[in-house]
Write a protein that binds this ligand. Structure first.
Ligand code: NZQ
Ligand code: ZN
Length: 394
């Protein structure tokens, strides 16, 4: 049966070639006049995108300051730095030129400037909720996290190695500019980690034990098949514009909640288990998900068998005439083969890390703490379950 739901995806998407030229005009339209432009390492500088964006801001005579150097698994210190600049410069609009890490930092700074008297990290510790947030928008350079339309922001406290998410509609971006051309410079590992993350945002919403709708499943299955097909194309043809476009749009649709309407909010334990890996070992998010998911799936599939069977048949094309359990396991195996075909790991060794038993316990305890009462839908996980999944993946 379909659960009640609310679908709220207010972000204006401006998609296609040369759309970055509209950045300044759009910021004006959404009331921005003093802009903080955020970016990561040097990829947006090298590609020329940052210059194009700045030109567009100048055309609209917008005042702006820049803050670069945001790293993947972005740090809290950078957020505080951005908040300081924002206060001193009277910033009223945050523009991220980059991927999930840059957009999530922009959201965190926007929360910080919305309530400047409070410590923004409290949101990520879930000790209070945000009341105000400045407007955020992005010029996206990597199809992956879906932050360009999502309500999430994920920040790592580099002192405690805690990687934590805060979700709130207040930070849904005003607009997202997506020109697939600018994703052609991505290294293959980042492209494929991105494709994995996109699939996982849909998979997390698919493997649930509560509330389902045919239309939602059909959208999810179509999205997953399309991402697999185009991820394979990009593995050998990184310059294929159409494949880049398919993946880029899929990235937003996978995480703007469309593929979860009518279910119980999703499982999301693979993500929570991965965030601990990101905090402790600084791994690439999508690759970390690929390394965890097969172990999670083999651990929980019996508790969510009809969904695993449906997935095996409708997404992975399994045609075995065997039992439901056999079909489900073949589906998981086919998924591993797919990950390998695009150069993704399927366990922690292939990811290049080998946590000790002590580190596994520490990650499981962190995961339990960060999860609160939301510890899964396919199967609710307790501490021992989490330890077991990390051990299986190790
Ligand atoms: O820093 P630069 O030089 O830009 O290089 C980046 C970075 O090294 C590079 N890159 C990005 N666009 C490029 C490019 N290189 C060449 N050409 C381009 N066009 O890619 C690397 C990764 O960038 P990052 O922003 O970290 O990637 P992604 O979008 O995968 O974001 C990952 C972060 O988002 C979080 C993850 O946990 C992780 O911290 N997530 C955020 C979510 C959200 N806000 O809704 C949901 C996700 O589940 C996820 O947890
Ligand atoms: Zn993700």
């Amino acid at each position: 049966m379909a659960n009640n739901f609310e679908y709220f995806s207010p972000t204006r998407v401006v998609f296609g070639k040369e759309t970055e030229k509209q950045t300044g005009k759009l910021i004006r339209e959404y009331g921005g006049s003093r802009v903080l432009v955020l970016y990561g390492g040097k990829s947006a500088v090298r590609s020329g995108l940052l210059d194009l964006v700045k030109e567009s801001l100048k055309e609209e005579e917008l005042y702006f300051q820049e803050l670069g150097g945001i790293v993947p698994n972005p740090h809290l210190d950078k957020v505080y730095e951005g908040i300081e600049i924002g206060k001193n410069e009277g910033i009223d609009f945050l523009l991220a030129v980059g991927g999930g890490s840059v957009i999530d930092t922009a959201k965190a700074i926007a929360y910080g400037l919305g309530e400047p008297e409070k410590d923004v990290w409290e949101l990520y510790e879930h000790t209070r909720k945000a009341r105000k947030c400045l407007p955020v928008a992005s010029v996206l350079t990597i199809a992956a996290a879906g932050s360009e339309t999502s309500r999430s922001s994920v920040i790592t406290n580099e002192k405690t190695l805690e990687k934590r998410a805060y979700d709130d509609n207040l930070a849904r971006p005003k607009f997202a500019i997506m020109n697939p051309e600018f994703t052609k410079t991505l290294p293959d590992y980042q492209t494929e980690s991105g494709c994995t993350d996109i699939m996982m945002h849909t998979i997390e919403r698919y493997f649930t034990n509560g509330g389902n709708m045919e239309i939602t499943d059909a959208l999810a299955e179509g999205l997953l098949r399309t991402v697999m097909e185009n991820a394979k194309i990009l593995h050998t043809e990184p310059d294929n514009y159409d494949a880049r476009a398919e993946i880029m749009w899929a990235g937003s649709l996978a995480h703007n909640d469309l593929t979860g309407c009518g279910n119980d909010g999703g499982d999301f334990m693979s993500h929570k288990l991965e965030h601990e890996l990101g905090g402790m070992f600084d791994v690439t998010h999508g690759a970390g998900l690929a390394a965890i998911w097969p172990s999670w799936a083999r651990y929980v599939y019996k508790y969510c068998l009809p969904r695993f069977v449906k997935y095996a048949k409708n997404v992975m094309g399994v045609t075995s005439g065997g039992s439901d359990e056999e079909t489900a396991l073949l589906g998981i195996k086919a998924m591993e083969e797919f990950y390998h075909s695009i150069g993704m790991p399927v366990n922690l060794k292939e990811l290049g890390i080998h946590p000790t038993e002590e580190q596994i316990r520490e990650m499981a305890e962190g995961c339990l703490k960060a999860s609160g009462s939301s510890t899964g839908s396919a199967k609710k996980l307790d501490l021992q379950d989490m330890i077991r999944i990390y051990q299986m993946a190790n």
